[in-house]
Design a protein around this ligand. Structure first.
Ligand SMILES: Nc1ncnc2c1ncn2[C@@H]1O[C@H](COP(=O)(O)OP(=O)(O)OP(=O)(O)O)[C@@H](O)[C@H]1O
Ligand SMILES: [Mg+2]
Length: 416
C-alpha cells in the first residue's frame, strides 16, 4: 500500500496536467525556514532555522543526517523516506531511561500560498508508554488545525527524494519503481494518492473474499467497479505525468543523461487501444472473468498494480538496468530534476528536494551542474554527505550544517 490512511474518501479523476499551469510571475519558492524535532529517532529535542537557501548537512556516519531528512519527509503523506512505521521512528529510550513522549515534527515555511505551519507525529492520545500498545496512528496539524487526513499535507507541501537505497531502483522490483513513480505523480496531482488508496483498498478486500472462497457476485462486482474506476483514473494520471516528464527531460541539463520513459502493463495496453471509459469497462470485465484465476493466485493478475516504469538511457539506447552505477544515479537525478521542473510549472513551485548522500556517486562536473540546477529551481534542497568537500560548489549559496550530540549546528550561512 502506498499511503496508510483510513480516512480517505474517494476523490475525483485528476484534472489534465495543463490545468494547473500558473504564469511565471506567480512562481514562488517552497522552503522550510524553521524545523523542530521532538523525540524523533536520534533527536530528543532539536531545532534549525534557515533562510530558505539550500541546506547541506555534513558529519560522520551515524550523527543523524538521514534522520533529519526523514523527519522532513513526514511532512508529506505516507511513511517517509525509509518507509518506516510511525512507532518505529520514535526515539528509543537510553538504558535506564523511561519511554519519552510521542515523537513530533514541526515545520514553518513558505510556499506558493504563503506561509505555513505543519505539524505531525504519533498520536499522543495513544502514547501509553507501553510498547505492546504502541499505536501507528499519525496526527497532522496544518496551520494549527487538526487535519482530517494526512493527505491534506499534499496540498501544502510536495517533496521528491533520493536516497542511497534507491541506487538499485532500476534493477530492483517493479513495485519499487511504481512506488517511486506514484510519489512523483502525487507531487503533481495530489488526488492521485486518494486514487491509489481507493484502488488498493478495494483490491485487498476482493483478494480476501476470493481467498476465503466467498464468490458473492454483488459484493465482488461492487469492488471490481471501484477497482476499475480508481484503477483507470490512476493509470491515466500516471500516463499524463510520464508524457509531461518526457517533455521536461527533453530540456535536460547537459551534465546529466536524458532518460526515456515508458509505462508497461496490461492497463497501458488497454489505454493504448481506446478511451478511458472503454478501458474501465475492459478492466471490470477482465477482473470479473479472472475471479477463479485470481482466487488461485491469491491476488489480482491484472490492473495498474502490475504496471512497470521502464527507463532507458537515450544517448546509449540502453535500458537503465544495464547502465553503470554512476550512470544509473545520473539517470535518477535527471528524472527527479525533470519532475521538479514539471511541478514548478504546474504548481508554481518545485518540490522540496531531499537528497541523501547525493554527491557520493557524482563526478565534479555533475555535482556542479546539480547545485546550479537546484539553485535555479528555487525550491529548497536538503542534502547530506559525510565529506564537506563534496559541497564546495555550494559555498556562499547554502547553509552548511552539522550535528553534534543530537543538536543541529550551523557551520556557515549565506542568504540566498
Ligand atoms: N528510534 C531511534 N531512537 C534512537 N536512535 C535511533 C533510532 N533510530 C535510529 N537511531 C540512530 O540514529 C543514528 C543516526 O542515524 P542516521 O541514519 O541519521 O545517521 P547518518 O548521519 O545519516 O549516518 P550515515 O552517514 O552512516 O548515513 C544512528 O546511530 C541510529 O542508530
Ligand atoms: Mg545517512
Amino acid at each position: 500500500m502506498l499511503f496508510e490512511d483510513d480516512h480517505l474518501s474517494d476523490v475525483p479523476t485528476p484534472e489534465p496536467l495543463t490545468a494547473g499551469i500558473v504564469p511565471e510571475s506567480q512562481v514562488a519558492d517552497l522552503r522550510v525556514t524553521r524545523l523542530a524535532l521532538s523525540h524523533f529517532r536520534s533527536y530528543q529535542e532539536a531545532m534549525v532555522e534557515t533562510s530558505g537557501a539550500p541546506v547541506a548537512v555534513m558529519g560522520p556516519n551515524g550523527v543523524g543526517k538521514t534522520n533529519l531528512l526523514e523527519a522532513l519527509s513526514f511532512l508529506t503523506p505516507g511513511r517517509g523516506l525509509r518507509r518506516a512505521r510511525i512507532s518505529a521512528v520514535e526515539r528509543l529510550p537510553a538504558p535506564g531511561q523511561s519511554v519519552g513522549p510521542a515523537w513530533a515534527v514541526n515545520a514553518q515555511g513558505c510556499g506558493t500560498d504563503g506561509s505555513f505551519n505543519l505539524g505531525t507525529g504519533r498520536d499522543p492520545d495513544f502514547a501509553t508508554g507501553q510498547d505492546e500498545e504502541r499505536s501507528d496512528r499519525r496526527v497532522v496539524h496544518i496551520d494549527g488545525r487538526k487535519a482530517k487526513s494526512q493527505n491534506s499535507l499534499g496540498d501544502v507541501m510536495h517533496m521528491a527524494w533520493l536516497t542511497p537505497e534507491m541506487d538499485r531502483l532500476f534493477v530492483d522490483s517493479a513495485t519499487d519503481r511504481r512506488r517511486f513513480l506514484d510519489r512523483l505523480v502525487f507531487g503533481f496531482t495530489p488526488a492521485h494518492a486518494g486514487q491509489v488508496s481507493a484502488y488498493e483498498r478495494a483490491m485487498r478486500e476482493r483478494s480476501r473474499l476470493l481467498r476465503d472462497g466467498r464468490f458473492d457476485d454483488s459484493w465482488l462486482s461492487a469492488l471490481e467497479d471501484q477497482m476499475a474506476a480508481a484503477g483507470v483514473a490512476l493509470a491515466v494520471a500516471r500516463r499524463q505525468f510520464v508524457e509531461s516528464l518526457a517533455d521536461a527531460a527533453e530540456l535536460g541539463i547537459s551534465a546529466f543523461p536524458a532518460p526515456d520513459f515508458a509505462l508497461e502493463g496490461g492497463i497501458e495496453d488497454l489505454l493504448d487501444r481506446g478511451a478511458a471509459v472503454d478501458a474501465e469497462d475492459d478492466l471490470r470485465d477482465r477482473l470479473r472473468g479472472n475471479r477463479r484465476l485470481d482466487a488461485e493466485a491469491g491476488r489480482a493478475l491484472v490492473g495498474p498494480h502490475r504496471t512497470d516504469l521502464a527507463v532507458r538511457h537515450r544517448a546509449k539506447n540502453m535500458p537503465a538496468a544495464l547502465c553503470s552505477t554512476g550512470e544509473q544515479k545520473a539517470l535518477l537525478v535527471s528524472t527527479i530534476l525533470a519532475a521538479a521542473r514539471l511541478q514548478k510549472r504546474a504548481r508554481g513551485s518545485a518540490p522540496l528536494l531531499l537528497l541523501d548522500e547525493i554527491a557520493a556517486h557524482l563526478d565534479e562536473s555533475r555535482r556542479a551542474a546539480l547545485f546550479d540546477e537546484i539553485c535555479a529551481l528555487g525550491s529548497q534542497a536538503w542534502m547530506t554527505g559525510t565529506d564537506a568537500g563534496l559541497f564546495d560548489g555550494l559555498r556562499g549559496r547554502a547553509h552548511f550544517l552539522t550535528v553534534v550530540e543530537g543538536k543541529i549546528l550551523e557551520l556557515e550561512h549565506t542568504k540566498p
